[in-house]
Design a protein around this ligand. Sequence first.
Ligand code: FE
Ligand code: FE
Length: 202
Amino acid sequence: MQYDFIKLEHRLKKELDEDRYQHTLGVMFTASALAMCHGGDIQQAECAGLLHDCAKCIPNDKKLKMCEEYGIEVTPTERKAQFLLHSKLGAYLAKAQYGIEDEEILSAIRWHTTGRPNMSRLEKIIFIADYIEPRRNKAEHLPEIRQLAFQDLNQTVLRILEDTLHYLDRGKGEVDEMSRSAFRYYYNLFGNPDDKGRSLTE
Ligand code: FE
Ligand code: FE
């Protein structure tokens, strides 16, 4: 599928603040590099990367209202931490406003914040690219995770989920149950039973 990236970028630039737009470009380029490395579809990865945060700059109360209006289900956790809604709403808007029909892209946008068990390659690529893109600098272990991303997608997803849950469990934010399920799934399949990650599965 060919996408009109110039048009998509032009539109997004109006929807996002400058920092978010720069992050978006970082995710797009990183996702395309990961697709090159791991044998994914490059255009699909670029498109999903470009649109993944398309709903991010909508004010939280408006996000909630839009979800109600479009019949998008809002969980109690999302009601408490409304920024989580930007993934669901983003997937909806990518289709309704940006004309993206590819369900794999929409799903990668849908799950980019929490992850989920048994992600597709594209879902993993976007989840990872969002975490490691060049402008990110706050997370722990970024240099190792960036290297690992170009070696093994599953190990990288596990590592990111583990670090994210540790961070959130220290009281830094709301944990979505889906992130825990995703962690358990990747830990059971790809984790090392001797490491500290085990405590998180309980
Ligand atoms: Fe996001
Ligand atoms: Fe993002």
